[in-house]
Design a protein around this ligand. Sequence first.
Ligand SMILES: O=P(O)(O)OC[C@H]1O[C@H](O[C@H]2O[C@H](CO)[C@@H](O)[C@H](O)[C@H]2O)[C@H](O)[C@@H](O)[C@@H]1O
Length: 366
Amino acid sequence: MTQQNVLVSDTKSGVSLTVFPKPPASPGGYISISRRRVLKNLEINGGQRINAWVESMRASSPTHLKSTPSLSQEHSTWILRHPSALDMFDQIVDASKGKQIVMFLDYDGTLSPIVEDPDRAFMSDSMRKTVRKVARRFPTAIVTGRCKDKVYNFVRLAELYYAGSHGMDIKGPTRSSKYNKDSKAEAILFQPASDFLPMIDEVYQQLVDKTKTTPGAKVENNKFCLSVHFRCVDEKKWSELARQVKSVLKDYPKLRLTQGRKVLEIRPNIKWDKGKALEFLLESLGLANCSDVFPVYIGDDRSDEDAFKKLRDRGQGFGILVSKFPKDTSASYSLQEPNEASDELSSTLGGVETCVPASTFPCVNK
Ligand SMILES: O=P(O)(O)OC[C@H]1O[C@H](O[C@H]2O[C@H](CO)[C@@H](O)[C@H](O)[C@H]2O)[C@H](O)[C@@H](O)[C@@H]1O
């Protein structure tokens, strides 16, 4: 370490680490475009601003980042602020001692590698084995933008909880809570956007129709939300595809657009996201008001930021961002790729000696 290092205590996790002073807000310029702002522009100004959004997606794509000259320096600075969860493992385990770990896992880019065809984003057998072991030790949930049933077909582990459609389709534990008072319920089902189903189906059909002239474009129906995939579309056609999406959405003010990894996502404009889903699941487990719960959320995408932020706001547990490249994030730690996520999960199993049996989930020191 060089001059001007500072020791930072991470209050939410209890971990201390040495970091450089906070770098300027826009190091090197390549993560300086706020996607939220760009999307807002896309919504407000239509065609004129579509190029700004396309530029944002291009600028944040790994192939372009690789050619950024200052990248390694930026990465070194970033990694000091978001150290590898594998390197920080002992500190993380110490911080979770005596607390009930609850594991939240995103799917694409976290449990499965990013691939061109979204229907073939399979999870490896070894990852499945690891997740199964984790779920035997800690309450574990998959929180994904995907349709719940589709992600279940990929994961195929009945012992997990599932929050599909960015948390708008939750199958949680059997327990009564303020959200679900029916003590006879087998498992909690929660669908805060069910009124939107007919609209989502209608928009899906329109998007399929509208985008069929763009080679490589794919529209995925995630039940309560939709994804328009850009990954297999020639970059020269990205603006055209974004315009097609915009032209359909202009008639649906109750829907909103968000941006993911080479994907535009269309969602009901309700105040619900992966962060709310995390809170809902903690509540369903009877752990929302415990001081000794330790939620860990691992994810790779913009939509996971809502969950990372929720953990920061709660001051409990922490988020881990899976990314090879520096990104603006509320996660505390980082991992480079899904393989590392698997290593981290395995280490957690080995490192945490005691935990409350996953069948009861009471607060440990209530
Ligand atoms: O919340 P997640 O589980 O991360 O889901 C977000 C989106 O993931 C999928 O798309 C991403 O992965 C695809 C397969 O690797 C890739 O082809 C695509 O470019 C990525 O954006 C999924 O297909 C989307 O529906 C999800 O919204």
